[in-house]
Design a binder for this molecule. Structure first.
Ligand code: FAD
Length: 593
């Protein structure tokens, strides 16, 4: 087995991360079979996509005795797909980690939050399975998910994060309590839990990988899916995440009793995103969109599976973010990093007006903020903050941006999180990122912001009025400003007080300077709709019945049912959705259907 040290794109930081999950070179055929031939593996199950959902499905199907063939258009460096790049945040309910922090959570509270966020309104049709998946998934998050992962070797960072703090109403969107459990080892560790087991199966000859094999068609006979065919892509040793050649050198065809599609979402296919963008509900599609996912997240399999009889639902539901910054050291084209913000940065739209209400509080309500930003007719916004805020409140989403957590290095974690100064990767963005400007005075800062604006020039006097008004609200421990209320409220949560929310202070207090401005772009990430599936991950056809032989899991299936999240996500719910639906698919291939 080869050892893989991926390219993290952050050259000045040396993450101690080695992911031991590459298929043994001996099992990758030196000579691809001739045109149209199969690999001679004789699979019971074909899995299309070696991302997290595919690995989980393969692990479960293999555990039950199936011979599994995993096909992927990318090379061995990319096993694990998007999950490798993720922070490994998992939504868990009433966990020991929460209880240790004094957080009281319950199944009822989580269900109330999930359904308040999902706002399912297509129950007789597109949401009919998504709603059932939602119930099953929240139950599993409260009872079963943690144990399943713990048995495989999973553990969490002891601080539970509070993502999507809500739209301000108890029955609306948002987490009432912190539920974001970061995996100790972040995304690579989650991948490793399943990949090592699948590779054991591969060594034992029960599982095979067909890499650089792009599925272009599902083979349908007598109404049932019986296999796949596609293109063999030229060998390409591109490092993980780097987009690879699409030169075709041959064709292949593989047959099996079951085909599980786990090909991911549409986040790097901006054309498809724009075509399905919910303009009426959210505002015009951004013309400047940057990519929070690698190029292989191309959405092609949706149309291919549709052609084979599968039904795609909730195409207009997407989970893009408003806090995107251009990666100063990109791995994939248009590489965007998301800031996971604490609540204290002041948020201004392109016209220099402060965002209003709860959705104007960073990290509270992603879609609500998106609506306010796009309503200006522009596709960007601004954070104005202090050095004290960036040090405590800026986290960057991604395994490579958190080398201490990813490398499972306790000493490094304590040094970088508790010491003075922002963590290295955040400082690197402040120094090199095209979206960051720094100045000692507000006029100096606004002048620098205007130098990088893509729209109207900001008026320094108007920005100053807003900041001074907000700063006056800091004189008391109570306030009428909703953002300041959120800051005081957050400081009552132990995690927030310790590592996430800066001590309340005035933005214009030089003791907390310098001032920082960040141009925030819209970045693509998750696809909330997709192939409609029943609770066994069987793909539903136009007649409402499962298409025989066809299964789907992970992001391509809207993380279960064609949309387990409805309109809004509570975060940390995507990896878990891949695991839950991949597990269901793998197990279902063992059932007599
Ligand atoms: C930076 C980042 C941070 C994230 N953080 C979190 C987090 O903290 N918590 C959370 O819950 N979620 C997070 N996510 C989201 C989560 O990682 C993804 O939603 C999830 O990993 C998707 O897994 P998947 O297996 O469905 O698809 P993918 O990982 O996209 O894998 C699909 C695979 O299918 C292959 N494929 C596609 N089409 C074909 C074809 N035609 N033929 C052959 N192969 C094909 C692709 O090459 C790819 O390898 C994050 C994502 C990113 C990018």
């Amino acid at each position: 087995m080869t050892e893989l040290t991926p390219n993290y794109g952050v050259s000045r930081i040396e993450p101690r991360i080695v992911l031991n999950v590459s298929p043994s070179p001996a099992k990758i055929p030196e000579q691809w079979p001739a045109k149209g031939e199969d690999m001679g593996f004789n699979a019971d199950v074909i899995v299309v996509g070696a991302g997290l959902a595919g690995l989980v499905a393969a692990y479960e199907a293999g555990k039950g005795g199936n011979r599994v063939l995993i096909l992927d258009q990318e090379n061995a460096h990319n096993i694990g797909g998007q999950a490798f790049w993720s922070l490994g945040g998992l939504f868990l309910v009433d966990s020991p980690e929460q209880r240790r922090m004094g957080i009281r959570d319950s199944l009822d509270l989580a269900m109330q939050d999930w359904f308040g966020s999902a706002q399912f309104d297509r129950l007789s049709d597109e949401d009919s399975w998504g709603e059932q998946w939602a119930r099953a998934y929240v139950h599993w998050a409260a009872d079963g998910k943690r144990e399943y992962l713990r048995r495989l070797g999973w553990s969490a960072v002891p601080f539970v994060g509070w993502a999507e703090r809500g739209d301000g109403s108890v029955s609306g969107h948002g987490n009432s309590v912190p539920r974001f459990h970061i995996t100790w080892g972040t995304g690579p560790r989650i991948v490793e839990l399943f990949a090592t087991r699948v590779l054991d199966d591969e060594r034992a000859g029960r599982t095979a990988f067909g890499l650089r094999r792009r599925v272009d068609d599902l083979i349908v006979e007598d109404g049932a899916v019986v296999g796949v065919r596609g293109a063999i892509l030229a060998d390409d040793d591109a490092p993980r995440g780097v987009s690879s050649s699409r030169t075709v050198i041959g064709e292949f065809e593989e047959r099996a009793a079951a085909v599980i599609v786990t090909s991911g979402g549409i986040g790097h296919n901006h054309e498809l995103m724009r075509r399905n963008w919910p303009t009426t509900r959210v505002g015009p599609a951004p013309s400047h969109l940057i990519s929070g996912v690698p190029a292989h997240v191309d959405g092609r399999m949706l149309e291919i599976t549709e052609r084979a009889g599968g039904r795609v639902v909730n195409r207009d539901r997407m989970w893009a973010y408003t806090e995107g910054i251009h990666n100063w050291d990109p791995v994939w084209p248009d590489h965007a990093i998301r800031i996971l913000p604490g609540p204290s940065s002041m948020w201004f739209d392109a016209n220099g007006r402060r965002l209003r209400g709860m959705s104007g509080v960073p990290g509270a309500d992603s879609i609500g903020a998106m609506k306010q930003i796009l309503a200006t007719g522009h596709d960007y916004s601004w954070f104005v903050l202090t050095q004290s805020i960036i040090e405590k409140e800026f986290a960057l989403s991604g395994s490579e941006q958190n080398p201490d957590l990813t490398g499972r290095d306790l000493g490094f974690m304590l040094r970088s999180r508790l010491a003075k100064g922002a963590p290295g990767p955040v400082e690197a963005f402040k120094e090199h990122g095209v979206d960051f400007v720094v100045a000692d005075t507000l006029p100096g800062l606004v002048a620098k912001m205007n130098a990088i604006t893509r729209g109207p020039e900001l008026d320094v006097a108007a920005i100053e009025r807003e900041i001074v008004a907000r700063d006056r609200e800091m004189d008391n421990p109570f306030t009428k400003d909703v953002q300041v209320m959120v800051i005081h409220n957050a400081r009552r949560s132990t995690t927030d007080k310790l590592i996430r929310v800066a001590k309340p202070h005035k933005i214009l207090d030089p003791a907390h300077g310098p001032l920082i401005g960040v141009r925030l772009n819209i970045l693509s990430r998750k696809t909330l709709g997709g192939l409609q599936t029943n609770l066994d991950s069987q793909v539903i056809g136009a007649d409402g019945e499962p298409v025989p032989g066809l299964y789907a899991a992970g992001e391509v299936a809207g993380f279960g049912g064609g949309g387990v999240h409805g309109y809004n996500a509570l975060e940390g719910t995507f990896l878990g959705g891949c695991i839950f639906s991949g597990r269901a698919a793998g197990r279902a291939t063992l059932l007599p259907h």
